[in-house]
Design a protein around this ligand. Structure first.
Ligand code: AMP
Length: 416
């Protein structure tokens, strides 16, 4: 038997996933966003230029497509959607300001698989491109908060925020951080030792408990901001408070990718185990790496549908998931009635009645049991007698009531 590829997964019932996407779609449309889609295949260079060559995604997680030797294109499966959305914004010369869009689909990262962490997973992605005011950050965070708490009815989660300053702040701050790391180099793990010089702020992502304890005493970027950033950071916190959005300042939150600027945030739940973040985002500046002449201040967020579905499993009964449509089951009592059964099913389906036909030619008792297990509301019995008289016997499985009516009257009978 050939099994699924490591790190991928089959979803055998998409009800919860579809619920999440449908609710998110409604929510985003209420906030004046437009749905877009970008390809799964993108140029490797797009991500190399935007995500930072020292990030995990670039250094070890890319799924690169092996191509024909004559092809000069270097293509990969997209690991995220922010860079592709920015590419699309520039490529199509979008003038709208801000450009508020969302998309969803599969992403690919060669990570070590575990619960809630896959190599192919689905993300819902939101971007507000060309939006300088920090009030957009508040708006995005508030919109997500309301989505999780009101539409998905999640309770067990925390919103963490941090402020990474502008690039000048970070350049200055990195010197202070690197000096702190140099002073403590003997106490940190080998990965942090390496990151201390190549990508120093990423040390805060380390899961090693000794490192984590040490970093609680590290200098934090939010205490090393320029005047403009201090005022933006202040405004963000004040606006969140006025909108009654609970948050926790997490100075260790730096997020994995290089393009973040100023605001970063993450929604995290203890219900999820080690992979506890289910949504993350922040402000970024990456248009120039994609070829823009001017900076295009932007912000975005993404949540994984697999992790949200895991969280929703335990509260599924409290959600307003559309009930399955009433099921009608047609039972031909012998092979002779199969064509007539197909004809009736076609008629019902064309009138939007959910209909299944049992074509296995088993005993009546067996087929009635099957219809019952399937949750049928109406069962249509077609035997020799019915066929001859152009009638059908309809049994209401909820009340037990049975009627025999003319085949020509089926639709009007059901509509009554
Ligand atoms: P990121 O693009 O890394 O900021 O991730 C945003 C969200 O996507 C996370 O909060 C998760 O919900 C989801 N996600 C990221 N990586 C994975 C993965 N390997 N497997 C499943 N979900 C993921």
């Amino acid at each position: 038997m050939i099994n699924q590829v490591k790190g991928t997964h089959d979803v055998l019932d998409l009800t919860l996933h579809n619920f999440i996407i449908e609710q998110a779609r409604i929510h985003m449309q209420h906030a004046y966003f437009t749905e877009i889609t970008t390809p799964i295949l993108e140029s490797i260079d797009l991500f190399k230029r935007t995500l930072g060559t020292e990030t995990d995604v670039i250094s070890k997680e890319m799924f690169v497509i092996e191509q024909h030797p004559n092809s000069s294109e270097r293509i990969c499966l997209r690991p995220e959607a922010t860079a592709p959305t920015t590419r699309a914004f520039l490529q199509h010369g979008i003038q709208q300001q801000p450009w508020k869009v969302f998309s969803h689909g599969p992403m690919f990262r060669y990570e070590r698989p575990q619960k809630g962490r896959y190599r192919q997973f689905n993300q819902f992605n939101i971007e507000v491109i060309n939006a300088g005011s920090i009030a957009h950050d508040t708006q995005m965070i508030a919109m997500l908060e309301r989505f999780f708490s009101e539409r998905l009815k999640l309770v067990n989660y925390v919103l963490f925020i941090n402020f990474l300053g502008c690039s000048a702040d970070r350049a200055e701050y990195k010197k202070t951080l690197q000096s702190f790391l140099a002073d403590n180099i003997a106490s940190i793990c080998p990965t942090c030792t390496q990151r201390a010089t190549t990508n120093s702020m990423r040390v805060f992502d380390c899961k090693n408990s000794t490192c984590q304890k040490l970093y609680l005493n590290a200098p934090f970027i939010a205490d090393h901001l320029c005047q403009d950033c201090i005022s933006d950071w202040q405004q963000l916190k004040e606006q969140l408070t006025i909108l009654s959005i609970s948050y926790a300042y997490n100075p260790l939150l730096v997020r994995g990718l290089d393009y973040y600027n100023k605001t970063v945030f993450e929604f995290s739940s203890t219900d999820l185990g080690a992979q506890n973040a289910f949504c993350g985002g922040g402000r970024y500046e990456l248009a120039q790496q994609c070829g823009a002449l001017q900076p295009v201040p932007s912000l975005g967020a993404a949540f994984g549908t697999e992790r949200l579905a895991l969280m929703l499993e335990s509260i599924v009964d409290s959600l307003t998931i559309k009930p399955k449509p009433t099921l009608h089951v047609i039972i031909p009592l012998s092979e002779k009635q199969q064509t007539l059964a197909l004809f009736c099913a076609d008629l019902l389906q064309r009138h939007n009645f959910c209909t299944e036909t049992l074509l296995d030619n088993k005993s009546v008792k067996n087929m009635m049991n099957k219809a019952h297990k399937m949750g049928a509301t109406y069962v249509f019995l077609l035997g020799d007698d019915e066929q001859e008289k152009k009638m059908v016997t309809i049994k209401n499985m909820l009340t037990g009531k049975q009627d025999t009516i003319a085949q020509a009257d089926i639709i009007s009978y059901l509509k009554k």
